[in-house]
Design a protein around this ligand. Structure first.
Ligand SMILES: [Zn+2]
Length: 426
């Protein structure tokens, strides 16, 4: 046996000096299995920055950059994990490859864990495990038969060698060579069988199966229980998933997530991240245009917030719009010159002065119409907001030009369309 010391390099470039005896002595595990073990040891070690001790995120040590394949480092901002791919910047001084926070990634992974542990999923996994056990038993039998055949061949070669006349040296040498080849072949087959048996996953006892089924029935409760530590959850994620590959799509808020489950299954998902600017949003241009349209329609601020949220728009932080984020939106629209300091007053929502000007009447006249119910209004704070859309505006224009002191016909004093309900508080 000759021991070897050398540098072993992994696919991702990580290398280390180690002592090994590859192909020198009978192996109990395959070379690939050994590499896998080394990788797992490395991933579990905090020395390399991937260990679970780096904070409370579920995903510690599991997130891989979808752009360059490097492991992503994690840091925390306001308790929210943020992932950075710094390999290119650390090694070559290039910009950070990609960065995103785990605000939506973590719940996505937690939900995958919970779904995987649902009773039906666990039942299916147990059935699959049984099938695998049966397949492995069949394969083991095949390996044993191969070993038996190799033993028989070696025994046959030995007997032929022993039976030959020693004076017939050439024949004896040939038979000795065949015997040796048969013995080598026998040893190889035995090694393969040993490896196969050694790599066999431990079989669940009926009691263990029942315990697993029982646990799956209230797993969601256990997962959310305060007594369950972050480390317990991390350990489970590390058992279930080999890696979680995440790629930011086109610098937007969208994340493409590829989950590599232990055992080889791969699933694809989508989630999002916080971005810094409205322009970074996938539908950023659409949002700015819609907000401009609503603003110029005279839409009250609270109604605008409600309307944008109802239409599915989100702030750069990926939250629903609030008084604060709508202010940020207005600031961007003004900076881009998309809106002025006041709405363009194109309706259907109007301030008193704008509608009076549009109708060519004095504001007190409009106030009189409001009292009589001839125009639809709603109080927002200390202001009155008037409603006059394309269907109702011609009626108000006719009403404005109707001679004073003459009784107004009903069709001019009754609104032609209904003002939508809207909230007055953000
Ligand atoms: Zn990267």
């Amino acid at each position: 046996m000759r021991e070897c010391m050398g540098t072993h390099t992994f696919e991702d470039g990580y290398s280390f000096r180690a002592l090994w005896t590859r192909d020198k002595v009978p192996a109990y595990i395959s070379w690939e299995h050994w590499e896998q073990n080394q990788r797992k040891l490395r991933e579990n070690s905090t020395k390399f920055g991937f260990g679970v001790s780096r904070g409370s995120t579920l995903l510690a040590g599991r997130v891989v950059c979808g752009k360059c394949g490097a492991r992503m480092s994690v840091h925390y901002r306001d308790g929210i994990p943020s992932f950075d791919c710094t390999k290119a910047s650390m090694q070559f001084g290039e910009p950070v490859c990609q960065t995103f926070n785990g605000r939506w990634l973590e719940p996505l992974v937690a939900e995958l864990v919970l779904k995987a542990m649902e009773p039906t999923a666990v039942e299916m996994s147990l059935i699959a495990a049984e099938d695998i056990e049966q397949d492995r038993a069949r394969l083991e039998k095949l390996h044993q038969q191969t070993v038996e055949r190799a033993k028989y061949q070696a025994d046959l070669a030995r007997r032929r060698y022993e039976e030959v006349d020693p004076s017939n040296r050439l024949v004896a040498a040939e038979l000795e060579k065949r015997w040796e080849e048969a013995l080598i072949s026998q040893r190889k087959r035995e090694e393969e069988l040993n490896r196969f048996v050694h790599e066999r996953p431990s079989k669940l006892t009926p009691q263990q199966r029942e315990t697993i089924k029982d646990l799956s029935n209230n797993f969601r409760e256990l997962w959310n229980n305060d007594a369950t530590s972050a480390k317990d959850r991390q350990d489970l994620v590390r058992i279930l998933f080999d890696q979680i590959v995440v790629q930011v799509i086109a610098q937007s808020e969208c994340l493409a997530v590829t989950v590599h489950w232990s055992g080889g299954y791969i699933s694809q998902h989508e989630t999002r991240r916080t971005v810094m600017r409205f322009d970074d949003l996938k539908n950023g241009a659409e949002l700015l245009s819609r907000a401009t349209e609503l603003y110029n329609s005279g839409c009250p601020r609270a109604e605008m917030i409600r309307q944008l949220n109802a239409e599915g728009y989100r702030s750069a932080r990926q939250d629903q719009f609030t008084d604060t984020s709508i202010n940020a939106l207005f600031l961007v629209l003004r900076r881009k010159g998309m809106i002025g300091s006041k709405p363009n007053s194109i309706g259907p929502w109007w301030r008193s002065r704008a509608l009076s000007r549009k109708l060519g009447i004095k504001p007190p006249t409009l106030t009189g119409w409001r009292h009589r119910g001839w125009v639809q209004t709603k109080q927002v704070g200390s202001r009155w907001i008037f409603w006059a859309d394309a269907d109702d505006l011609p009626r108000l224009q006719q009403l404005a030009s109707f001679p004073a002191g003459v009784e107004k016909p009903d069709d001019l004093t009754h609104p032609k369309s209904k003002m939508p309900e809207f909230s007055v508080n953000a």
